[in-house]
Design a protein around this ligand. Structure first.
Ligand SMILES: Nc1ncnc2c1ncn2[C@@H]1O[C@H](COP(=O)(O)OP(=O)(O)OP(=O)(O)O)[C@@H](O)[C@H]1O
Length: 521
């Protein structure tokens, strides 16, 4: 019966501990994911530096370590507490056997052996803390270097094609060696600190064998304590000591736990501080326009170091307009787009924008989520939002008819589709979502002129009436827009200059351009 009860208790403890790990991890990961994926935050955190670096590791490994160590250390502490409660009374009672003779007088110190056990554990724990404290910092350092190495390997893997085309394997090898060296260096420092701590933890364990005997010895030698009584006292002392040495025994794990807590906490604080910093500093204000237009009012865009990219821009883009933004490379066109999207806070002035649900951004390299092609085309809506025929028609319209049968195929579509095909997918998305405002940043850069004309004609056919703001270098683009804004560099920074609207209607211009390409070899 006793075996059955004990076995049941052990199984129940293991089960509860494992459940606790899962619940803790689930809760913490969800809290961090919610914080991280608030609108714009993941991008902005990426710009803030080290405090929120390596989100992958913090969300995965640090959360796992935190959950596992919290459950294990918590269960260990509970066990130690139960052991202490069970035996402290026994040791207190047995301590009365440890009597001393002092100038012929018999002296009894109440709970003498309990005080010795507490003093011994306090000294051991204090020394452990003093010697082992650097482990927290060293663990944090090691986890950061491990994350750097993993990120570097993933990056090489993602860029394997470019690396191979440049014959850059040797160079990558040298780079990765640096990351591996950094990990090994951090691990070596950690091993040194662990070895130093072992002097204390092992020494504490060995000395614990003799400490109770030494403590009770005066009573034994004075004849007030028999050998049998001394053995009982030592036995009870060891049980109490097993509970009190919890901190010494578990310190390496506690240091690991603490560094996981610090990494998770610094990530959380970085996310929360970001909002506060944006609220308290002078930043670009992005507000809803009451009429649903896009306006820039005294807009200055700066870099995070304070240098000005675009100076005091004022412009107004009304519904139905198609405006092209041109400017030299590095003049700040993409940054202006980021500012419109609310991603770029550095600067001042006001951007008034249409309702977010009316807007769709098309970057140069469209984001294709992991999963099947249907998910990629429907993004950011759920894959089952649009019916089969509508999705197939959108693909067909964008010259991707051959992929209509592959809608449910799971692949790394971002690697198997050419950049031009990926840009067509972005246009197919436009046809499905039908936004009233479209912001394009070099969204047709990988398409030939004919395909570009075909894609851009959605704004005169399927999405006629939609407002378009686009960035592009190619001169053919001007024909599809009603107006051009130029970002021009001056001594004070770049300024936004408006050019008068083009006289030719864009559809006609695109036809002229098409005919010209057909007729003139
Ligand atoms: N995350 C960033 N951190 C620091 N500087 C940045 C960042 N993003 C852009 N910049 C800087 O801002 C300036 C403008 O960059 P941006 O990408 O807006 O130029 P662009 O006009 O779109 O160039 P291109 O036509 O070549 O794409 C550049 O000097 C660039 O180095």
């Amino acid at each position: 019966m006793i075996v059955t009860v004990l076995l049941t208790l052990v199984v129940a403890q293991t089960w509860l501990q494992e459940r606790l790990k899962i619940r803790l991890r689930q809760r913490l990961t969800h809290v961090l994911l919610d914080l991280w994926l608030k609108p714009n935050r993941a991008y902005q955190l990426g710009l803030t530096g080290k405090a929120a670096a390596q989100p992958d590791q913090r969300l995965q490994e640090d959360c796992r370590l935190f959950a596992e160590f919290t459950a294990e250390l918590g269960a260990g502490m509970l066990q130690a507490l139960l052991l202490l409660v069970s035996f402290v009374g026994v040791l207190w009672t047995l301590s009365s056997y440890a009597r001393f003779e002092f100038y012929g007088q018999e002296v009894v110190i109440p709970g003498y052996m309990v005080w010795v056990a507490i003093a011994y554990a306090a000294i051991g724990s204090g020394l452990t803390w003093l010697v082992g404290r650097p482990l927290i910092r060293l663990n944090t350092e090691r986890y950061a270097r491990e994350a750097d190495l993993r990120f570097a390997v993933v990056r090489v893997n993602e860029s394997a094609e470019s690396v191979a085309l440049y014959n850059g394997e040797l160079d990558e090898r040298r780079n990765l060696d640096e990351f591996v060296d950094a990990v090994l260096k951090a691990t070596r420092r950690l091993s040194g600190a662990l070895a130093r701590l072992t002097w204390i933890t092992s020494g504490y364990g060995w000395l614990a064998i003799v400490v109770p005997i030494l403590a009770a010895a005066p009573g034994y030698f004075s004849g007030t304590l028999s050998l049998g009584e001394m053995m009982m006292v030592v036995g009870a002392f060891n049980q109490v000591q097993a509970a009190l040495r919890y901190f010494v025994d578990n310190f390496p794990k506690i240091a690991d736990w603490r560094s996981a807590v610090l990494r998770v906490a610094s990530f959380r604080h970085a996310a929360l501080d970001l909002d506060e910093a944006i609220a308290h500093n002078q930043c670009i204000e992005v507000q809803l326009h009451p009429e649903g237009w896009l306006t820039f009012e005294g807009l200055s865009i700066a870099l995070s170091d304070g240098s000005i990219l675009i100076e005091d821009a004022t412009a107004e883009i009304r519904p139905g307009e198609r405006v092209l933004i041109q400017g030299a490379s590095g003049s700040g066109k993409s940054t202006l787009f980021r500012a419109i999207a609310g991603l770029w806070p550095w600067g001042r002035g006001v951007i008034r924008v249409p309702a977010p649900e009316q807007i769709m951004f098309l970057p140069q390299r469209p984001y294709l989520p992991l999963g099947n092609l249907r998910a990629a085309v429907s993004y950011p809506a759920a894959p089952d939002t649009f019916d089969e025929a509508t999705v197939e028609a959108a693909l067909e319209r964008c010259g991707l008819g051959e992929f209509a049968d592959a809608l449910d195929r799971r692949e790394r579509w971002d690697q198997t589709l050419s950049l031009g095909q990926q840009q067509r997918i972005a246009f197919a998305r436009l046809l499905l979502h039908k936004p009233q405002w479209v912001f394009m940043d070099e969204a047709t850069s990988a398409l030939d002129d004919e395909s570009q004309a075909s894609m851009l004609s959605v704004f005169t056919r399927e999405l006629a009436g939609a407002s378009v703001l686009s960035i592009g270098h190619r001169t053919e683009l001007e024909a599809f827009h009603t107006r051009t804004l130029h970002i021009r560099k001056t001594d004070e920074g770049a300024v936004l200059l408006a050019r008068r609207p083009q006289e030719e209607p864009p559809l006609f211009a695109s036809w002229v351009h098409w005919l010209h390409r057909r007729l003139v070899p």
